[in-house]
Write a protein that binds this ligand. Sequence first.
Ligand SMILES: [Zn+2]
Length: 279
Amino acid sequence: MVPGNMFQMKVGAGNIVRFWFDTWTGSSNLVSRYNRPFHLDVNKDDFVADKWQQGSWNWVWNRDVLGSRNEALLDSLINEINEIALNNSEDRWECSINHDGVFSVQSTGLLIDRNSIPSGTTSTSWFKFLPRKVNIFLWRLRLDALPVRWNLSAKDVDISSIVCPRCLNGIETHDHLFFGCEFAGALWHKLHVWLNCGMIAFTSWDTFIAWLEGVNLSTIDKKCTIATVVTTLWSIWRFRNGIVFNNVFCNRSSVFDAIRLLSFRWIKHRSHLVLNWNS
Ligand SMILES: [Zn+2]
């Protein structure tokens, strides 16, 4: 795994860097230094660009009145981020071990491969059937860089619980959330039965990575399978955020229906295949 402190984001357009969780200004991320405004923000998972609307910084707060202490913190936050101007260039990583200190998202993938994937396996893939935001999500997941409760706790973020918000029966690591949780397990089982094309039923992060690295992308069927698998991971993450940020619980059937619909739409629109629902 690549140590997180090797990286700092250099913001361009702001559509890859997450406002609260990535380190893009100062020496640490904003959630660790402005924890009170963070808790009041409805859209905690926003990218930087999402917060910059019509020439000013904008938030949606979950309370009408911030209070004087929070307003002072917010003023401090705005003063800090006003120093940074968004532009049309790509967001980039700055890395302490690189010669010039700067390289692109694509080359970061190569570094991830060198440091975290055993030799002989395939390179970090960018799946063309999936939107950019979903590929970025998968890339963050592989870096163990999603803000699950365990990761936030490890970064000393003040959170009320580290327990899985869905089952309340395990620490919310990415391994638990996406594979160990009984809710995720039920979704993987449904997907396994639905696809019926050699995909294993994932029970852990290791089984998933072993499958991902070994999967052959030479046929359309396999490309569709992997797109659907990654859509499932993405949907579990969105479902989890619905619970944490909006207290919205969905049953597994409705989540699974959403996975099928979403993967169908993404594959159909991006593959240019002539698909109908039955195919
Ligand atoms: Zn759970």
